[in-house]
Design a protein around this ligand. Structure first.
Ligand SMILES: Cc1cc2nc3c(=O)[nH]c(=O)nc-3n(C[C@H](O)[C@H](O)[C@H](O)COP(=O)(O)OP(=O)(O)OC[C@H]3O[C@@H](n4cnc5c(N)ncnc54)[C@H](O)[C@@H]3O)c2cc1C
Ligand SMILES: NC(=O)c1ccc[n+]([C@@H]2O[C@H](COP(=O)([O-])OP(=O)(O)OC[C@H]3O[C@@H](n4cnc5c(N)ncnc54)[C@H](OP(=O)(O)O)[C@@H]3O)[C@@H](O)[C@H]2O)c1
Ligand code: SF4
Ligand code: SF4
Length: 531
């Protein structure tokens, strides 16, 4: 028997150092760490001590004999990763957190954003320095995509938010929420009150398909759909219309799978999560029975990760089929077992007749080598016509083709790549970037950990080289400026009040939390602790 890593792994490597026999790989020092979709446990070397399971922030690690259904397949993925290797491994050279020389005074650092990139950067800064940190976010609640992106039925993944919240609660961290940089305060004002400004603003825009009809009613970007499920305050409760029988989702990334899964899962299963109340009600009344995932390339190039696909593949009550189109059956049959396309070998492949209504039950159809050429309809989406000429009737179109960054006024921006241009996270001495705003919208939560370490390293190089000028204003002046500009700005106590109020609502409803879905509701909950 051994332990195995399962679907929720976000590759943050917290387990690696916990393992006394170094059987969790790839480690951050190994070449495929940056690209791996999960970490894996070598079943031949594992001594069953359970230390890794305790260290994992997202409850991804279980003894193999407690894995059933979809999770049992993860034990096999763990085993496969080590097939052909000798087993066991050597310890990496020990690494100690960097620290600043004692003669340097503590820097004051503004971090813009409160998502995973900010979370890891703050943890790293607190560990390596005596820095005083000012956290700023434009929404009234911290968390970024952990709160407003990660699907509500991925509750264990959302658990990583607790570890960031602990860092944000540190005595050297001050929070200004409901404050947008570029609108309420400028970059120059931040720079005038801090030694360094670190942007962790993510990628809140989305890519466009660029086809006619894309903006019809009933067509929306995936991040908006997931935001709607997560009670994101800027997505109206009535934004999503589920009155048609079929939805088309463009793209085959993990976000596309999230959308498909949420649309097809029995709403009573979702009722046990923190899904927005309006989304739960709409899904209970939903007529959607079929979701078609359109991939522009073949089954081997599907962008989803294997753990996420296995989770959907084995969901009770959801049939999964591949549409026999563009040679899909041949590609799948020829694929290596366990590869992205090989995972489809036990999925039925059949020709789908789009003239017929979806069959009874709930079904996910994967259609490869298909790109939308036009969205048909007068005002509302009626069908999607592919470049190959197929017409797929649908009442909802979710464009899940990736996110992209948006500029922050006063900060350089590479419009082509949708990122803040940087070298190892340094934009210029005094200005830094981390996370999706630095690398583009790719990588799970854990990928932001090494990214944050690199950026903080660049920042510390500049502190050590005394390249950062002394700011004119201090912490108190900045707090005063914020209060003048945004009377409704919230601090840590108010954020904690919102958290408590949501959890209390959840307790009453038998759910983990019931989120407030609008800014006025959030502010009302926050004001209960205001002086
Ligand atoms: C729908 C979706 C689901 C996902 N699910 C998973 C998952 O299950 N597991 C996983 O490992 N990864 C998942 N990911 C990936 C993961 O969410 C990202 O890797 C991660 O959130 C990127 O972190 P970030 O801090 O760079 O950006 P974000 O999390 O987007 O945080 C950016 C923060 O900056 C704030 N901000 C932006 N502009 C400003 C401004 N001008 N002023 C003030 N504040 C500002 C925003 O409000 C936000 O809080 C998902 C991604 C998406 C889109
Ligand atoms: N672990 C998790 O549970 C989880 C959940 C959600 C997100 N995430 C991570 O978050 C990151 C972002 O995920 P994502 O799904 O938004 O993006 P993604 O993984 O980059 O997938 C984007 C998809 O859109 C397709 N696409 C792009 N442009 C297109 C176009 N013009 N027409 C048709 N298709 C187009 C891509 O196809 P091509 O491949 O052909 O370009 C790809 O299938 C990923 O790293 C993902 O793993 C992780
Ligand atoms: S159970 Fe113990 S030995 Fe096995 S992977 Fe986890 S920490 Fe390592
Ligand atoms: S989420 Fe982190 S701690 Fe958990 S299994 Fe994955 S790498 Fe290990």
């Amino acid at each position: 028997m051994a332990y195995a890593i399962t679907q929720t792994c976000c590759t943050d490597a917290s387990c690696v150092a916990a393992c006394p026999v170094n059987c969790i790989h790839p480690t951050p020092g190994e070449p495929d760490f940056g690209t791996t979709e999960s970490l894996y446990i070598d079943p031949r070397a594992c001594i069953d001590c359970g230390a890794c399971a305790d260290a994992c922030p997202v409850e991804a690690i279980f003894p193999v004999d407690r894995l059933f259904g979809a999770d049992a397949a993860h034990a096999e993925l763990n085993r496969q990763y080590f097939a052909g290797t000798g087993g066991g491994g050597d310890w990496d050279a020990p690494r100690f957190p960097r620290s600043l020389p004692a003669e340097l005074s503590a820097p004051r650092i503004a971090v813009v954003g409160t998502g995973p990139a900010a979370g890891y950067a703050v943890q790293h800064l607190l560990r390596c320095t005596d820095a005083e940190i000012t956290l700023i976010d434009r929404v009234p609640v911290p968390g970024g995509l952990v709160r407003y992106g990660v699907a509500p039925d991925h509750g264990a993944t959302k658990g990583i938010g607790r570890s960031f919240a602990n860092a944000f609660r540190h005595a050297r961290v001050r929070m200004h929420l409901n404050v947008e940089v570029g609108r309420d305060v400028t970059h120059e004002e931040l720079a005038a009150h801090h030694h360094a400004v670190l942007y962790a603003v993510g990628a809140s825009g989305h890519r466009e398909l660029g086809v006619p009809g894309e903006q019809l009613v009933g067509s929306l970007p995936a991040t908006e759909f997931v935001g709607w499920c997560n009670a994101r305050p800027d997505v109206p409760a009535a934004r999503v219309d589920l009155s048609g029988e079929r939805a088309v989702v463009v793209g085959t990334g993990n976000v596309a799978l999230d959308v498909a899964r949420l649309l097809l899962t029995d709403p009573e299963e979702l009722a046990g999560t923190d899904i927005a109340e309006h989304a739960l009600e709409a899904l209970r009344a939903s007529k959607i029975r079929e979701v078609v995932l359109l991939g522009r390339r073949g089954p081997a190039e599907a962008a989803y990760t294997r753990p996420e696909f296995l989770d959907l593949r084995h969901r009770a009550g959801i049939d999964v089929v591949v549409d026999e189109h563009g040679g899909a059956a041949g590609d799948i049959a020829a694929a290596a077992p366990g590869s992205t396309a090989g995972l489809l070998q036990d999925v039925p492949v059949r020709e789908v007749d789009w003239a017929l209504p979806p069959p009874a039950g709930r079904r996910l159809v994967l259609r490869f080598r298909s790109e939308p050429a036009e969205v048909l309809g007068d005002q509302q989406v009626r069908a999607v016509r592919t470049a190959g000429g197929a017409e797929i009737p649908a009442g909802l179109l979710v464009r899940s083709i990736g996110s992209r960054g948006v500029p922050v006024p006063g900060v350089p921006f590479d419009a082509e790549r949708g990122v803040i241009p940087n070298e190892r996270g340094r934009v210029a001495p005094g200005t830094y970037v981390v996370g999706w705003a630095k690398r583009g919208a790719t990588g799970g939560i854990g990928a932001n950990r090494a990214c944050a370490a690199e950026t903080v390293d660049a920042l510390l190089d500049d502190v050590e080289a005394r390249r950062l000028p002394e700011p004119a204003g201090g912490d108190k002046e900045f707090a005063r400026l914020v209060r003048t500009r945004v009377p409704d700005a919230l601090g840590r106590r108010e954020a904690e009040a919102i958290d408590r109020a949501e959890q209390q609502r959840g307790q009453r409803a038998g759910r983990p939390r019931v989120k407030f879905a609008t800014v006025p509701e959030l502010l009302r909950a926050a004001k209960r602790v205001r002086r």
